[in-house]
Design a protein around this ligand. Structure first.
Ligand code: C2E
Ligand code: MG
Ligand code: MG
Length: 283
């Protein structure tokens, strides 16, 4: 199990171009309408962002991040269309497409001689609790012909993994399959008596403020407490949104197991990711 925490959750929108925004009802309707007519093999694309081991600097996983380019609407970020797809039911084929695409990428990287690293696929709460979900996962692995432990799932914020019957049944079935489940932005889901308040999260999000605010007494001790808890429970901790060398050094000092962010690499196309990994391995 992995806790993906820290700078995450709030940051996702930070690099969105100004003026974009599909917030009104009619925008949602346009997105919904376009989604229902979309052929993912034409309009969807998957990018992959490496996650590295803080101590060794080695790549330990890549996160699959979906992109949608619609001829009429332009580039629509997942934070906009995933919630719409959850409402419309389109999430089922999106989940299927993302799982299959990511598993196929793992197979291709292996064929190209890349080291055996797992791919981590974001799954929305509705995708995760869908009764067909386990079948989709098993099928994607089988079709790609990869070992189950090369696929990890990142369950996005908003789903209680423990207090939800369907979710616990899914977790058990995934364990049987040999697929790991990670929790994305545990901060968003509210730890029991979460000390990472909304206010604290806000302090953690933007580049400049990060170091200044986080070196303040409270956020650091909160993070240290989370790290301690993670270590005690055998849960790996991942710092996401690492944008600068300063961030990276701070994260290393605090003792996070893994990190991910623009400082390490932006999300990359499948072929570029292979080159990135290979050039790093030989550096
Ligand atoms: P997430 O899983 O927390 O993904 C991390 C987001 O942060 C990504 O945005 C990524 O591009 C961005 N990011 C990575 N490093 C940095 C950094 O250093 N600084 C900043 N400011 N941002 C960084 P993206 O790709 O727009 O994804 C947003 C969210 O959409 C994801 O958050 C995830 O919840 C959801 N999502 C993305 N792809 C999928 C997918 O295939 N399926 C589902 N269900 N959800 C997805
Ligand atoms: Mg994620
Ligand atoms: Mg994340």
């Amino acid at each position: 199990r992995t806790i993906l925490a820290l700078l995450d959750g709030q940051i996702s929108g930070a690099d969105k171009p100004p003026g974009h925004g599909f917030s009104s009802n009619s925008d949602d309707e346009n997105v919904r309408d376009a989604l229902s007519k979309t052929d993912p093999d034409v309009q969807f694309n998957m990018l992959y962002q490496p996650r590295i081991c803080t101590a060794s600097g080695r790549v330990c996983a890549v996160e699959a991040l979906v992109r949608w380019e619609n001829p009429a609407l332009g580039a629509i970020p997942p934070a906009t269309f995933i919630p719409v797809a959850e409402q419309s039911g389109d999430i089922a084929w999106i989940t299927d497409w993302t799982l299959q695409t990511a598993c196929n990428a793992v197979r291709d990287w292996t064929d190209q001689g890349c080291p055996a690293i797992p791919v981590s696929v974001n799954i929305s709460p509705m995708g995760y609790t869908d009764p067909r979900f386990i079948g989709l996962v098993a099928n994607a692995i089988r079709v790609a012909g990869i070992p189950a432990n090369r696929l990890e799932l990142e369950v996005t914020a908003g789903l209680s993994l423990c207090g939800n019957k369907k979710a616990s049944a899914t977790a058990a079935a995934l364990r049987d399959l040999g697929v790991r489940v990670n929790i994305d932005s545990v901060v968003d889901q509210g730890l029991p008596d979460s000390t990472l308040t909304v206010e604290n999260q806000a302090c953690l999000q933007r580049g400049d403020k990060f170091i200044r605010r986080v070196t303040g007494k409270d956020p650091v001790s909160t993070l240290q407490a989370m790290l301690k808890l993670g270590a005690k429970m055998g849960i790996k901790t991942v710092a996401a949104g690492v944008e600068t060398l300063q961030h990276a050094e701070f994260i290393r000092k605090l003792g996070f197991d893994q990190m991910q962010g623009f400082h390490i690499s932006r999300p990359l196309a499948q072929g570029d990711l292979a080159h990135w990994i290979q050039s790093r391995a030989s550096a």
